[in-house]
Design a binder for this molecule. Sequence first.
Ligand code: DUC
Ligand code: ZN
Ligand code: ZN
Length: 482
Amino acid sequence: MTSLLIRGGTVVNADREFKADVLTVDGKIAAVGEDATRQAPAAAVPIDASGQYVMPGGIDPHTHMQLPFMGTVAADDFFTGTAAGLAGGTTSIIDFVIPNPQQPLMEAYRDWRSWAEKSAADYGFHVAVTWWSESVHADMGTLVKEEGINSFKHFMAYKNAIMCDDETLVNSFRRALELGAMPTVHAENGELVFLLQQEVVKMGITGPEGHPLSRPPMVEGEAANRAIAIADVIGVPIYIVHVSCIEAAEAIARARARGQRVYGEVLAGHLVIDDSVYRHPDFAQAAAYVMSPPFRPKGHQEALWRGLQSGQLHTTATDHCVFCAPQKAAGKADFTKIPNGCGGIEERLAVIWDAGVNTGRLTPSEFVAITSANTAKLFNLYPQKGSISAGADADLVVWDPRGSKTISAKTHHSKVDVNVFEGRTVRGIPSHTISQGRVVYAKGELRAEAGKGRYLKRPPLGANFHAAALRTQDTAPTAVQR
Ligand code: DUC
Ligand code: ZN
Ligand code: ZN
């Protein structure tokens, strides 16, 4: 039996914070509070959490480990990427299975499952629907009913690659509704991106500064509005990944005000980095920030914070998808060929704590809501994940609110050669990360082990979640008697 007794800390859940000891036994939280102290076996290993917070380990609902993309493969594999996450207090990820168009979903799913076996932390998958056929319809059923998938991803951008047209969106959303699964979208209008990329290049703008010009906020706003409208007509909830701009955040807020069940995710990078990075005179420095949607002018960041503060936006993620400088160099002569993606899995919690809690924008409980609990609830992992309560998985972070560090590629654990938060000093860092009741990170020492992560099956969301998501513009369907 392995047991830990985390003593003297302040436990923070999404609903409240309170002083309590936490006892873990064999990978689960056995007790919280007086029971923990009383029931602790003599062999329990003590961890001193005095003056610190004890929070659920972070869940990153949006990562792309070893993703084959734009002619190359993302540099962090499932081991190095999840290990970096553990060093930053993130104990679970939800990554993406992305079939090529015409590839059977089940085949791609099996590929990703085998790649992920080396994960150091627990993991689940959203599965992307990149094309439509009867076999895709059938595979979605198998994935939900047998494989524990309850969310499907749709790329509205990346024309001539993985982009969904409206026909696919409509068919897939309808199937998701039948299955009790959550449709999710990368909201950017791929036709507009395609057109603007050509126009920007024709103007002679071939460097990374062309990237945000080809993907302005309205391109994201259009797609968010369209996806939300389709979901409304179908009567299914919808989750918009990496909301980066006012236009998309407002689309979500408007739909929610109409009573529609719409959820929004925000990336740590989009909260604190602005589009000035694309104007760096050194290609490699600017290309390091090429991701989609791009970083935005400053005003958008404030809107994203307000969305999180007001509860109109719900989760935070990273879109961790890293490419090293030689990979980014594929787009040296043409920004449209720069592999899209940035890191952040190790930094997300500290960046959001520093810019969110230390500034008074968020309480510690609100921080837990947007870094783990809301994701666990939306994707049906709660309270196994996202909660410090008896019976939950022993995935915890002991958080030192006075500890600080300066983020750098020289000291991070990802394999990528840059860090988009380079030079940022953050106050509030993990002292210990505990995964499945094992101390996997302690005061700078990472003890991640390949293959220790487990696949997380996520059951469908249930009839109530879907049944209540009625069309907001319903009129009773009645035939005219003639
Ligand atoms: N955006 C990125 O920047 N990289 C991977 C996929 C995506 O949508
Ligand atoms: Zn995306
Ligand atoms: Zn992504």
